[in-house]
Every structure is written in structure tokens, then in C-alpha cells.
Design a protein around this ligand. Structure first.
Ligand SMILES: Cc1ncc(COP(=O)(O)O)c(C=O)c1O
Length: 382
């Protein structure tokens, strides 16, 4: 990385004690927590006999995608063509686009990646999009896999009936250049329901709707090989229900304050640890003596509960916002604010859009900076 804090921090890689000396605002990935999260979900999926296709909308980072693939992921999911193409250029070969597109130029770029060796799958929610993917694939001399996008309650994209799914699946199967690969049903409305019993009920309703669609497809001789969906909030319930064949969880790799109140597993179950932090520095104190940091809404996505602030590994308070570039440490009355120059590690309100704000993520292990990974898809929401 040749600019920003990543360039300033590059010579600290491998140096003992370098974590505490990083230039900020710096996005951190705690290696121990990250590796634990990746291994934990991979193990749970294996135990459940289900696949994992982690969603890269969360991290947009080839280094993280490759670690997920090394742990057994079937491939990587992406939300937008720009994000997918950036990961392909960075060496991630098996990629699924989980949302429909309506631009022929974007479709052409996607199938050109397939012609260059990307194992590409996409979703379609309407006949016109199937036709466009077919025409583009034939023009590029590529073959791509297409899944029928189903809406089981989120209200975003996808067909809602067995008849709609059968019609699209037939069309995909008949289109030269396309392979009918299965269905997608992402139940986004389930993910952040805090209580497990309530989340289970909403997820079960979604999976029942999906089962009706799957039965219609089976009756028409179009039983899908892949049934993909699910996320961090629903993965354990999807493993229970066994309607999906694979789960697209994304946030589990980092965790954030938005997911913290969601009971992902029972009291004695596994936990995903916070691995993503934004490190900020105290740059000043205001007239009231409050400590001001160098990270605001240009370093944190602020659409979630406030970050918790850690000094030398100890939780000391939270962060409030005092501008796009600045934050303020909110401390209990008896705690003295740290001095200017102190580094504070903060959890993030919402991990996905926070990753999107940074050029690179600093992989830290213990007290040292181990590597700096570019976030190749950063800023690409096209
Ligand atoms: C289609 C799709 N799949 C998977 C996910 C991952 O969800 P989570 O970050 O809750 O694991 C998302 C998140 O928005 C999504 O849109």
C-alpha cells in the first residue's frame, strides 16, 4: 500500500510491540479472533453436513476470502459486480453474485471474467435477466451458473411462488451458455432478531415458504443442487432446519455492535469473538477535559450502537461522535482520560460498511503487526 496509514505502518510489520505504535485511524484484524471465527463456523457447517459460502460484502478482502476458502468454504459470495471483479482480479476464483443486476455492460464484464477462468454463479429474478445472461455468456464464449432468486420474506428481490421459480428454472436450463444451478433465498429479515426463539420462528416461516418452492421445483423435475442463503444471525437455525444446502454468513468473521445482542448460540455454545477494531489516537482534550480521537464517520460506519473503547486491552468506555473525522471518549466519571497520543482500540457499530471505508486492514497478533492486507473491493458498491 503506497498511501495513507498503511504506507506509514508498513515498516512496523513483524516488529515486537508495533501494535501499540500504529498510525491511525487504522482498521485492525485481530488474527487470533479472526482465525477462531473462521474455524468455528467452518466446523459447525461440517458438523451439520452443510456448505459454507461466506459473504465478502462484509470484508471485500482477498486475504480474508482466501482464509475462508482454505478452511473449506465452497466459494465466496459477493453483493455487487465491482466487488466480485476486484476479488477475481486479486486471485479469488470461485465467486457468486447474490443480487440481480440490470446493466448489460456489467453483465458483459462478469461473463468476461468467467471466460478468463472465474467459476461464476449469479442469480436471476426475472426472464429478461436470464435472457441477458444467456446472450452475454454466448457472446463471451463462457458458461456460467445461474440460480433462481427467491424472496422468502425480506421483500428485496426474488420470485415468491413455486410457479415463478419453475418458469425461471426452465428458462435457465434451456438457455445455451447457462447452467441451472439451484436457488437462492436470503432471509435478511431474520438475521438481527435478538432472541433465539423469536428468530427461530421467523426463520422457520421463511424456510417453510422456501420448502414450498423447492417442492414445486422437484415436481417439475428441477430439484435444485444448490439452495443458498442464510447469514450470521440464522446460520445455527439453518443448520437445524436443513432446508438450505449452504450458508452465506458474512459478519461472523468480524462481529460488530449490531450483532452483539443477537443470541447466536445457546449459553454454552460457541461464540464469535470481535476481530475487527478501529484503532484511533487521542489527539486533544476539549475544554471539559474530554479526550478527542482522530476517528469519526469517515473511519467508522456509525449505523449501529456506539463502539466500545479499549485501552491496553481493557474496556474503558464508549465513543461518541463529534464530527466526520473525530470522536470523543465517553468515560465513567471516576476515570481520567488518557493523554494525547494514547492509542484506543474500538469495536465497530457495523462491520460491512466500516471495511468499505478503509484501503487496508492491519492483521495484528498479540502485540505485533503481522501483515497489512489490501481491501480490494473497498469503495466498490457498483
Ligand atoms: C444476500 C446476502 N447473503 C448473506 C449476507 C450475510 O449476512 P450477515 O452479515 O448477517 O452474515 C447478506 C448480508 O446482508 C446478504 O445480503
Amino acid at each position: 500500500m503506497d498511501r495513507g496509514v498503511a504506507a506509514l505502518n508498513a515498516d512496523l510489520i513483524g516488529v515486537a510491540g508495533s501494535r501499540a505504535a500504529l498510525e491511525t485511524p487504522a482498521l485492525l484484524l485481530d488474527a487470533t479472533a479472526f482465525e477462531k471465527n473462521v474455524a468455528t463456523l467452518a466446523g459447525l457447517a461440517r458438523e451439520a453436513g452443510m456448505g459454507l459460502r461466506p459473504h465478502a460484502k462484509t470484508h471485500k478482502c482477498a486475504g480474508i476470502a482466501k482464509a475462508q476458502i482454505d478452511a473449506g468454504a465452497l466459494g465466496i459470495a459477493c453483493a455487487k459486480p465491482g466487488e466480485l471483479l476486484a476479488l477475481f482480479d486479486a486471485g479469488v476464483a470461485s465467486l457468486m453474485l447474490t443480487a440481480p443486476v440490470s446493466s448489460r455492460r456489467k453483465i458483459d464484464r462478469l461473463v468476461q471474467a468467467a471466460a478468463k477462468g472465474c467459476a461464476l454463479s449469479v442469480v436471476a429474478d426475472r426472464a429478461g435477466l436470464v435472457a441477458d445472461y444467456g446472450a452475454a455468456a454466448r457472446a463471451a464464449g463462457a458458461t456460467i451458473s445461474v440460480l433462481v432468486d427467491c424472496d422468502t420474506g425480506l421483500g428485496r428481490t426474488g420470485v415468491t411462488t413455486p410457479e415463478g421459480a419453475v418458469a425461471l428454472a426452465r428458462m435457465i436450463a434451456a438457455e445455451p451458455g447457462l447452467i441451472y444451478a439451484g436457488v437462492q433465498a436470503y432471509a435478511g429479515h431474520v438475521q438481527h432478531v435478538h432472541r433465539t426463539d423469536e428468530r427461530r420462528a421467523v426463520n422457520r416461516a421463511a424456510n417453510e415458504g422456501l420448502s414450498t418452492i423447492l417442492a414445486g421445483l422437484a415436481e417439475a423435475g428441477l430439484a435444485p443442487k444448490i439452495v443458498t442463503g442464510g447469514g450470521t444471525g440464522s446460520h445455527a437455525l439453518d443448520f437445524e432446519d436443513q432446508v438450505l444446502t449452504e450458508v452465506q454468513a458474512g459478519s461472523y468473521v468480524f462481529m460488530d455492535e449490531g450483532y452483539r445482542p443477537v443470541e447466536l448460540h445457546g449459553a454454552n455454545g460457541p461464540v464469535f469473538d470481535f476481530s475487527m477494531f478501529v484503532m484511533v489516537t487521542i489527539i486533544a482534550h476539549n475544554a471539559k477535559g474530554e479526550a478527542i480521537t482522530d476517528g469519526g464517520s469517515k473511519s467508522f460506519a456509525i449505523d449501529g450502537p456506539p463502539p466500545r473503547a479499549f485501552l491496553n486491552g481493557r474496556e474503558i468506555g464508549t465513543i461518541a461522535w463529534v464530527g466526520d473525522e473525530f470522536g470523543k471518549l465517553v468515560l465513567p466519571p471516576d476515570v481520567t482520560p488518557p493523554a494525547a497520543g494514547a492509542r484506543i482500540e474500538c469495536t465497530v457499530p457495523h462491520c460491512d460498511p466500516t471495511a468499505n471505508l478503509h484501503d487496508a486492514i492491519h492483521l495484528v497478533r498479540g502485540d505485533r503487526l503481522e501483515a497489512i492486507w489490501p481491501i480490494e473491493g473497498r469503495g466498490l458498491s457498483d
